[in-house]
Design a protein around this ligand. Structure first.
Ligand code: PEP
Ligand code: MN
Length: 364
C-alpha cells in the first residue's frame, strides 16, 4: 500500500530544521504545565508537548490526569506562543484532543505494536487536518511501523510524521530503549519525504546521554527532535531520570550542529546504510579470524604430539597458490591477497609456536 507523505514544509512554518517538540512527559497540574511552557517559550520550541493519558508499564504508576488536563496544555500553548502536541491511544482521546484544539497528535510506541489499536485510531482520525506522528513500535519491527503509516494514510491523513524512540531489546545498555538507526534509515529510504524526528528522551532514559543522541540524529539528517522537559525534573511524576529543565534543554539545543550534508537525507541514509553493512561484514571477518585461529590451535596440538615443527614450507606454498588463484577468479589483486595471507599465516605460526612452547614448559 502506498503512503503519500508530504514534506514538513507543507504544514509547518519551521524555517530550518530541527523541528522541536518539547515539554513534560506528563501534565501534572495547570501550574506545572504553565510554568514549564513559560520557561520553554524563549527557546526554539515549536510544539509544547504534555502526556495527558499515560500508557504505563505497571498499573501502580501515575497514568495521567486525563481529559481535564487538555485545557491546561492548550492554554499554556496559547499564552506562550507555541502549538501543542499530545499522545492519543484510543478513539475517545482523539475526539477529546481535537475538540480541545490540540495542534498535533502522536501515536505512542506501545500503541504502534497493536494493529487493532492503530486501526481504531486511524478510523477516529478520518477527516482530521492536524499532523499525526507515529512512534516506532517498542519491538524492533519495521513492518509494524510501516503498517501504522499505511493505516493512518488510508484514513486520508496527509500530514504524517515519524518519531524514533528506540526499541526494547535484551541488552539496551546504556540506553533505556536502544536506538536502531537502521530502522530509521529504512524508513527514510521507503518514504523519503516523511518528516522524521528522534526522541532522545525515551531512547536514553537518562539526562547525560541526551546531547549525544540528539546530535547523532542531526548527523543522520533527521528533521527534528522530541525532548521531555519539566520545571523540576527530579520531582516529575513520570520519567523523572530522563527529563531536563527548560534551561538545560536550551543548552542542548544551542550546542546542536546541524551540518549541511544532512540536507540530502536520501544521500545520508544511503551512506549510513552501507556503513552498517560494512560494520556487519567486518564483524564477521573478525569472527572468522578467531575461528581460524581455533583450528590452528588444534593443528598445533597434533604437531606437538608428533614433534612436528610449526612451519611446513610445502603446505604454505600450496596454500598461497590456492588462495591467490581463488582471489584472482573473484577479481582480487594478487598482491592484496598475498599481503592478507602473509599476515594471517604469520599470526598462525606465532600462535602455534607459542602454544607448543607453553605445552613444553608445562610438561617439563
Ligand atoms: C511519551 O512520549 O511520553 C511516551 C510514553 O513515549 P513512548 O511512546 O515513546 O514510550
Ligand atoms: Mn515519557
Amino acid at each position: 500500500m502506498t503512503v503519500e507523505a508530504r514534506p514538513m514544509s507543507h504544514w509547518s512554518s519551521v524555517d530550518r530544521p530541527p523541528l522541536v517538540i518539547a515539554g513534560p512527559c506528563s501534565a501534572e497540574s495547570e501550574e506545572q504545565v504553565l510554568e514549564t511552557a513559560a520557561r520553554l517559550a524563549p527557546l526554539r520550541v515549536h510544539y509544547l508537548r504534555a502526556g495527558i493519558w499515560k500508557a504505563r508499564t505497571r498499573p501502580d504508576s501515575f497514568e495521567g490526569i486525563g481529559a481535564p488536563a487538555l485545557k491546561w496544555l492548550v492554554r499554556a500553548g496559547a499564552e506562550h506562543g507555541m502549538r501543542t502536541a499530545t499522545e492519543v491511544a484510543h478513539a475517545h482521546h482523539v475526539e477529546a484532543a481535537l475538540e480541545a484544539g490540540v495542534d498535533l497528535l502522536w501515536i505512542g510506541a506501545r500503541t504502534t505494536v497493536n494493529p487493532f489499536s492503530v486501526q481504531e485510531l486511524a478510523n477516529a482520525l478520518r477527516g482530521c487536518t492536524v499532523p499525526v506522528f507515529v512512534k516506532n513500535p517498542t519491538a524492533p519491527d519495521f513492518g509494524l511501523w510501516m503498517g501504522a503509516f499505511e493505516r493512518v494514510a488510508a484514513a486520508g491523513i496527509r500530514d504524517l510524521g515519524a518519531i524514533h524512540r528506540g526499541v526494547s531489546v535484551a541488552d539496551s545498555a546504556p540506553f533505556r530503549n536502544a536506538p536502531m538507526w537502521s530502522l530509521v534509515l529504512e524508513l527514510r529510504r521507503e518514504l523519503p519525504d516523511l518528516p522524521l524526528l528522534c526522541d532522545p528522551s525515551h531512547i536514553c532514559g537518562r539526562r547525560d546521554l541526551l546531547e549525544t543522541v540528539a546530535q547523532r540524529a542531526m548527523d543522520l539528517g533527521l528533521d527534528g527532535l522530541m525532548l521531555e522537559s519539566h520545571r523540576d525534573p527530579d520531582k516529575a511524576w513520570s520519567d523523572a531520570a530522563q527529563q531536563v529543565t527548560p534551561e538545560r534543554l536550551g543548552g542542548i539545543l544551542s550546542k546542536l550542529e546541524v551540518r549541511s550534508n544532512a540536507e540530502d537525507p536520501v544521500f545520508t541514509a544511503s551512506v549510513e546504510g552501507l556503513r552498517e553493512e560494512i560494520d556487519a561484514l567486518d564483524q564477521k571477518l573478525v569472527e572468522l579470524l578467531v575461528e581460524r585461529l581455533g583450528v590452528v590451535d588444534r593443528i598445533a596440538d597434533l604437531k606437538q604430539a608428533r614433534h612436528v615443527t610449526p612451519f611446513q614450507l610445502d603446505r604454505w606454498r600450496q596454500l598461497l597458490v590456492n588462495r591467490l588463484a581463488h582471489g584472482e577468479r573473484l577479481g582480487l589483486r594478487a598482491d592484496y591477497v598475498q599481503a592478507v595471507f602473509d599476515t594471517v599465516h604469520e599470526e598462525s605460526l606465532r600462535r602455534q609456536s607459542e602454544r607448543m612452547a607453553e605445552d613444553q614448559s608445562s610438561t617439563t
